[in-house]
Write a protein that binds this ligand. Structure first.
Ligand code: NAD
Length: 466
């Protein structure tokens, strides 16, 4: 039986990063994934293909709506959905091949098949075809990720009632799409298909978007999405659904009991994801799994079997690729005897709509609930020269710092390139920066990042440009 210092089960952003870091630290490492291509949900059916579609559909909308403002008049255009999808598939192929290269470069043994914990150190691999194989791991890292949750009365059929997996590969633009759940997937994929021509309606049980974001910012994003043509039913739940000849009919119910019927060609169920441990044999081995399906770990990512670790979507915390990646680095360092660590206070959240929404830290409502005194600074992209030059003036930055110390507690951006701008703020959190630290850092002119500096100055009531 081949023996390894570390076996990583799952080749997504958590798993493949853990494997690379372990190999860098001179641990003999194996990685197992049931997919032929590594990268997990994120690279194959998540972050990367959705960003490819978001970018393509943004360009398509720009041709129709915003290029003319730049004096560029496009008289003839049409959508080639087949080509758009092929481009997305090429992007996915290239990034997943990049992971293959990294595995080879770091001399990580690669196994393709379903992994099953056969013993405390033995992992059995069942490939799609061919013989089973068992390998031995001194340490084992479970990084099996998550899968879309379904609704009991509306099971996925892959055609009319779909998950994000299929919504990334539709062969035709549906005339209408109903999305259950206005979370990150709902608004991102809803934006893609609206831009490509579908009428998109979102049904959301909460009275707001993005519960971990500051309310003012989430409400601003909602208004911008509505202006773009996304239709929302907030505080509504779906009570029943049935397939019809040409689509799906849903009955939805508002909070005071009023009912309404919605009909759509396709229903995308985007009500969250659940940890994936099917076939793994974790519970049979005695690993403690919580009622919500998450594997329980301590602050060193150890399960109750100390040499078996778990990271990423399969444990508590936000289901984000970059959270999993950082846990991958930390767990490999811990196994190698170092002090791996993730700063959960400094994890950025990003919604890749247009404009983008990004944040790190806590919003006003949460700080009020926690009884923390704070101060706020706001600034707007419409007062920024670069944003004007780009004709991208929608949105704002909001920074919140602790009243007593001025330490940053929350940072929120709705606006152009928010996904890139948030990196400065995540770094500020990592360094326990104050708003004044940002306010007094030179920001190049003209850049969108100046809006962040403006907001930091506004915290101290001396915003120069606002
Ligand atoms: P989510 O948790 O972001 O959103 C699900 C939404 O569905 C919530 O707003 C919830 O209130 C609502 N909901 C739940 N049950 C409902 C019901 N029965 N009827 C109506 N609404 C209901 O989950 P998601 O959008 O499915 O995404 C899954 C995971 O993947 C999330 O953890 C998300 O963070 C992650 N993800 C992240 C990104 C990103 O970072 N840009 C992109 C896609 C997915």
């Amino acid at each position: 039986m081949e023996k390894f210092d570390v076996i990583v089960i799952g080749g997504g952003p958590g798993g493949y990063v853990a494997a690379i870091r372990a190999a860098q630290l001179k641990l003999k490492t194996a990685i197992i994934d049931k997919r032929e291509s590594l990268g997990g949900t994120c690279l194959n059916v998540g972050c990367i293909p959705s960003k490819a579609l978001l970018d393509s559909s943004e360009q398509y909308e720009a041709v129709q709506k915003s290029l003319s403002a730049h004096g560029i008049l496009v008289e003839k255009y049409h959508l080639d959905l087949k080509k758009l999808m092929e481009r997305k598939e090429n992007v996915v192929r290239e990034v997943t091949q990049g992971i293959d290269f990294l595995m080879k470069k770091n001399k990580i043994a690669r196994y393709t098949g379903v992994a099953h914990l056969k013993g405390f150190h033995e992992v059995e691999i069942t490939p799609r075809t061919g013989e089973k194989e068992t390998i031995y791991g001194q340490n084992i890292v479970i990084a099996t990720g998550s899968v879309p949750m379904s609704l009991p009365f509306l099971p996925f059929d892959g055609e009319r009632i779909i998950s994000s997996d299929e919504a990334l590969s539709l062969q035709k633009v549906p005339s209408s799409m109903i999305i259950i759940g206005a979370g990150v997937i709902g608004v991102e994929l809803g934006s893609v298909w609206r831009r490509l021509g579908a009428k998109v309606t979102l049904v959301e049980v909460l009275d707001r978007l993005f519960p971990s974001c500051d309310r003012q910012i989430a409400d601003l994003a909602l208004r911008l999405y509505q202006k773009q043509g996304l239709e929302f039913y907030l505080e509504h739940r779906v009570v029943s659904g049935e397939k019809t000849k040409d689509g799906v009919k849903l009955k939805i119910q508002g909070k005071s009991g009023e009912e309404k019927e919605l009909a759509g060609e396709i229903v995308l169920v985007a009500v969250g994801r659940k940890p994936y441990t099917e076939g793994l044999g974790a519970q049979e081995l005695g690993i403690i799994v919580a009622a919500n399906g998450k594997i329980q770990v301590n602050d060193r990512y150890q399960t109750n079997i100390p040499h078996i670790y778990a990271i990423g979507d399969v444990i508590e915390g936000p289901m984000l690729a970059h959270k999993a990646e950082d846990e991958g680095i930390a767990v490999a360092e811990i196994i190698a005897g170092q002090k791996g660590h993730v700063n959960y206070e400094a994890i950025p959240y990003i919604v890749y709509t247009h404009p983008e929404v990004a944040w790190v830290g806590r919003g006003e409502e949460e700080l009020q609930r926690q009884g923390i005194a704070y101060q706020v600074g706001r600034s707007f992209f419409k007062a920024n020269g670069r944003a004007k030059a780009m004709n991208e003036m929608e949105g704002m930055v909001k920074l919140i710092s602790e009243k007593k110390s001025d330490r940053l507690l929350g940072a929120f951006v709705v606006g152009p390139r928010a996904s890139e701008l948030i990196a400065e703020l995540a770094l500020a959190f990592e360094f326990y920066a104050s708003a004044e630290d940002i306010a007094r850092s030179v920001h190049a002119h003209p850049t969108l990042a100046e809006v962040i500096r403006d907001a930091a100055q506004a915290v101290g009531n001396w915003a120069i440009h606002q």
